[in-house]
Ligand binder design. Sequence first.
Ligand SMILES: [Zn+2]
Length: 475
Amino acid sequence: MAAEQLKGLEESYEVEGKMALPYTYFAGRVGSKFITTIRDQQKIMGVKCPACNTVYLPPRQVCDKDFTDIRDNWVELSNTGTVINFTVVRYDDRHLPRKAPFVLALIQLDGAGTPFMHIVEECKIADVKVGMKVEAVFAKETTNTILDIDHFKPEAEKISIHALNAARKQWIPVEEPVTNEKRRGGKPDMATPVIITAALTGAATMKNQNPSVPYTPEEFAEEAWKCWQAGAAMVHVHAREDGGMATHDHGRIKATHDAIKDKCPELIVNLSSAVGMGKTAEQRISQIVAIKPEMASLNTNTMNFGIVERRTGKIFIDYVFENTFTMLQDFGRAMEENGVKPEIECYDMGGLDNTLLIARQGIFSDPMNFNFVWGVAGGQAFRAESFIAMMNALPPRANFTTCGVGTDEFPCIMQSCLLGGHMRVGLEDNIRMPDGKLARGSYELVEVAVQVASALGRPVATATEARLIMGLKPR
Ligand SMILES: [Zn+2]
C-alpha cells in the first residue's frame, strides 16, 4: 500500500493468520511428456537446441542462450550421470520427499548439458562425493511426478565385455575333429566363446509394443551400436518402412544394412529371408542375393504362423508360412553361391530333418549353423528334452544357437549356453526383461545373455571369433 493510504491506520489491529491456497499446476506440454515418458517407458528425455547443441534436462520450450524454440527436439538420455554438487538436508518439512537427513544432489545425466536436482541414496551420506557416478532407480509405483525416478544410487560396476575380451587370449579353432559323439557323450564345450545375436525387429513387433523397435536406418544403426557395446557379435535384421511396415525393398534393406555397418563395421549383419507376410519366393531371396550380407536366415518348413492369445487359445491372425523343399533348396543354394552363410531356422525336429535331407545334394558348406526357434504359434514350445534331441540330431561340426518367443527366451538361451551352443535375444522375439518390465532396447536383453555367459564362465565371442566359429568367409 502506498504511504498516504496507510495514514490514519497507525492504530490498526493486525491478526496473524495463514491462507491455504491449494492449486493444481499444469506441468505444460514439455514437462508432461518428460514425466509421462519416465512413468510409461522408464526413459529420461531431454531436449536439444539445434542451434547451440545444448541438451536441457529438465526439458524446456526455449533455449536459454539463443531463444530457439526447442520443444519438439527430444533426445533420450542415459539413466546414469554425475553428481556435480549436493547438500545434506538436515531438517524435516512435510514438503520434502524424505525424512532428514538425506542427500539432495545436482545430477548431470550423461548426454545432458544441464543438471537437475534429485535424491541420492543406497549409500552412506558421508560417501557422497562431487564427481561420483550415479544411476536412476525408477519407482515401483507411479506418483505421476518426478519421483517416478525414485532416487539415484551409486552406479553399479558394469561388465564391459569389450574390456574383458581385450584382456584375454583370442579363441582359435581346435585342430582335433569335432564329432557328434563328443557332443552327446561328455562335458559340453564351454571353452568356445558364446556368440550373442541381437534380433532387433522381426517383421511383426511394433513401436506400440516397445518403442525401441527400430524403423529407420538411423534407428537400426543406433540399436545395433548399443547391442554391440553390450556384447553382441551379430544382429539379425528385418528392415522396415518409416511407418513400421516390413519391407522387401532392396534400397531400403541396403540402406538399413549399410547404416549398421557404417556405425559398427565389425558387427556381423544377418538379414532375414522372411521379409513379412505374403511375400513371394522371389521377393524373399532376391534382396539377399542383391545385398549379400554375411549371413541370412533360411527357413526349413511350411508351417502355421499365427498371432494368438496364449491364455485363451484364441486365434487372431491365421497365416501359413510357406517354405517348400524347393524354396529351402533354392534359397540355400543362392546363399551359398553368393557367399552368404545360411542360418538354418528350425521351428521343430521336422525342419531339421528337412534340412538334413536337402543337405545330401551337397548344397551347404561346413560348418552348418542352426537356430532352434521356440514358442512360435505354429512351431514347438520350449522343452528342455526337445532341445537335447535336436542338438543330438545335428550333423558333425554343426553349430547351434537358439531363440524363444516371449518368456521362452530366457530358459532356451540358458540351456544353449550350458550345452555349448549360442544365444539369440532381442525385441523380435521378446519385448520384456525377465522381471516382466519392458526392455529399454534389444541391448538390455543382450546384457541378460552376457550375465548368463558370465555365470557359466563362458567367454563372450568377439565378432572375429564368431566368424571363425561359424565359418564366415573373409571379405
Ligand atoms: Zn527375424
